[in-house]
Design a protein around this ligand. Structure first.
Ligand code: GLN
Length: 192
């Protein structure tokens, strides 16, 4: 049987850290920079943090947006962090947004303002840990979930910061920037 193989969107942002974390779990990864990369066999997709507007523009320009969206809608497991979460969200501040739009969540971008752009916290992530290190970098949070299918996995400071909707997992923080691989392990195990 072939090993799990995960596509990591590598257009912009913190994708290398995800690859390292997944490889540390014995998972094969490959970078998606163009349509021919995407067409390789894969068991899951990671969308990294970075700048969601830039990632959106590149996804669109490279004709990756629709195939990726279609694959997620057809059940491909996906894990989005920070900008990745924003790209998965259907709404921003109560309005439909442009993106992959596969998750029933309403996000607030740069939610913590420019002053408090980045901070660390330790919190509970349901089913995973009660002491999970969370690194927020100009992070979004989730105003609200838009369907009962979305499970809230974590809240920080009264805001939703991690959710799961079936095969889709998203965090407002950056687990790939810590040494804690439990969320990645959870994603990989749930993909099977
Ligand atoms: N502020 C970024 C955005 O709006 C997200 C930041 C991040 O991914 N660390 O896309």
């Amino acid at each position: 049987m072939r090993r799990n193989r995960i596509a990591v969107l590598a257009l912009q942002g913190a994708f290398i850290e995800h690859e390292q974390m997944l490889q540390g779990l014995g998972v094969e990864t490959f970078e998606v920079r163009q349509l021919s990369d995407w067409e390789q066999p894969k068991d899951g997709l990671v969308i990294p943090g970075g700048e969601s507007t830039t990632q959106f523009r590149l996804l669109n320009d490279l004709a990756l947006l629709h195939p990726i969206r279609q694959a997620i809608l057809e059940g491909l497991p996906v894990f989005g962090t920070c900008a990745g979460l924003i790209l998965l969200a259907k709404q921003e501040d109560g309005h439909p947004r442009q993106g992959l739009c596969t998750m029933d969540i309403d996000v607030c971008r740069n939610a913590y303002g420019r002053q408090l752009g980045s901070f660390n916290a330790i919190g509970e992530v349901a089913d995973i840990a009660n002491d999970f290190p969370m690194t927020f970098i100009r992070a979004p949070y989730i105003h609200r979930t838009l369907s009962p299918e979305v499970e809230i996995l974590s809240e920080a400071d009264g805001h939703i910061v991690a959710v799961r909707q079936g095969h889709q997992l998203a965090t407002a923080f950056h687990p790939e920037l810590t040494a804690d691989n439990r969320l990645h392990r959870y994603f990989v195990e749930r993909m099977k």
